[in-house]
Design a protein around this ligand. Sequence first.
Ligand SMILES: [Mg+2]
Length: 327
Amino acid sequence: MQIQSGDIVFVLNPNSGNALHPRQLTAMCRAASEQAGHQACVVATRNPGEAADAARAAHDAGAAAIFGCGGDGTLSAILQGLPSGSPTALGAVPLGTANVWAYETHLPQTPLAAVTAQLAALDGLRGESMWIDTGRVWSTSEDGSAASQRFLLMASWGLDAAAVNGIVGSARRTRLKRMLGEPAYFLSAVREAIGRQAWPVAVSIDGAAPFVVDAAMLTVGNTRMLGTWLEVNARATVVDGELDMLLVEGAPWRALALSPFARYGWLPHGPGVTSLRFQHLELAPMREAPPIQIDGDPGPATAYAIDVEPGALRVLCPNPTAAVLGG
Ligand SMILES: [Mg+2]
């Protein structure tokens, strides 16, 4: 793979939910790029590490944009290799199970239309490229040093993360996810909620003194949606330099009981359901560490802090009026 300055790099994830045949996809990416006057460089990756390596190479070579061909997990893998503030823009070819980023930013849902629209945004013909915030989760690595992982959409502790971990940890539920798509996460959450106790945690926001809560779920959103079904952070935008937190206290089934409300973007706030914005959050488990998910994949059990990185990522926005983009 030889990436040239100004190229459009496409990262293919052969494991994504409903991918086109790689040959078809490669031909489509090349044709769309050429039509827009760009040279395409298509990279087939076998794992998230290779996608991050491709992103690093794209940045180093001065590529104009890098597209993740897959789901939100593919975008997340690319994000790990793109340095904060890289001028190489992130694009999405929505081919995953949920495609939350594409959904929230109103990208066209078919692959060819999505690529064409984002290349037009790159060239300033229709829409624009925008600098948006990203989140960063800090954890302790095996040797005791600090490790970190960037996120585009959301990180969450508690029931939602238990549902994600339950799918990844079970071959039967992974098959179910391929068959059902997003409802498989809901079924996994029901199973994980049964008989489960809350996770007592100490939470500190923006350097204030920590408070202790029995958490059913604590989500930290750069964007609004948990999957494309549940709007948990209804007022979040990726351009305000802050992250939005939703804390649900009590037994995990309480978080489950709120999901019909979140489905229609109307979460009843009050005792035990809190929303707020922050730039830095620290979380310390008082007993068993709650599970964590980061952009839809299980995260490190030792995660202890989240920061916002304001304006750290350039993305391609054919529809800059999408609410999550601040439009
Ligand atoms: Mg924000």
